[in-house]
Design a binder for this molecule. Structure first.
Ligand code: ZN
Ligand code: ZN
Length: 152
């Protein structure tokens, strides 16, 4: 799917959610969504706030927080909590296409792209369970830590 089409779909989903929940459809909320759509990886609250400032959108941190909550409830973004790092967010449709390799020693997170991940997970037999979305975390030791460990 091309990104323009995907973006329209995401925006519509957001609008429907706001209407349904009787939340205000403010310019700020859409500006935040626009900004997130352009970040194609993980981001945290500070990074997002900074980006918005750079784009000339002066929104309060409270508004950014609030909008992230709304986007999470609406199912557009996922919240990751990787060990010691600040909470990270990611567009859900993107998060579903890779595994997160988390080093339990240094906390580094690497994304392993796997084009068929989504289809493979959907192909699992889950009985009466109806899956909505998924996030995959694989914990272990990264190459650097492994090397450092061997040297000891
Ligand atoms: Zn990710
Ligand atoms: Zn490591």
């Amino acid at each position: 799917m091309d990104s323009k089409k995907k973006y329209t779909e995401i925006r519509d989903q957001f609008t429907n959610y706001l209407v349904e929940k009787k939340l205000r459809r403010t310019e700020e909320r859409y500006a935040i969504l626009d900004c997130i759509f352009q970040i194609t990886g993980h981001f945290d609250m500070c990074m997002l706030h900074q980006r918005l400032e750079e784009l000339g959108f002066h929104v309060s941190r409270a508004t950014v927080y609030n909008t992230l909550d709304v986007l999470e409830d609406c199912g557009l973004i996922l919240r990751h909590q990787f060990m010691t790092q600040a909470v990270q967010y990611e567009l859900r449709f993107l998060a579903e296409t890779h595994a997160h390799l988390v080093c339990s020693k240094c906390g580094t997170v690497r994304e392993l792209k796997e084009g068929e991940l989504k289809d493979r997970i959907r192909a699992l037999k889950m009985g009466r369970f109806s899956p909505e979305y998924h996030a995959l975390y694989v914990y272990g030791m990264c190459g650097k830590c492994k090397k450092r460990n061997l040297r000891k």
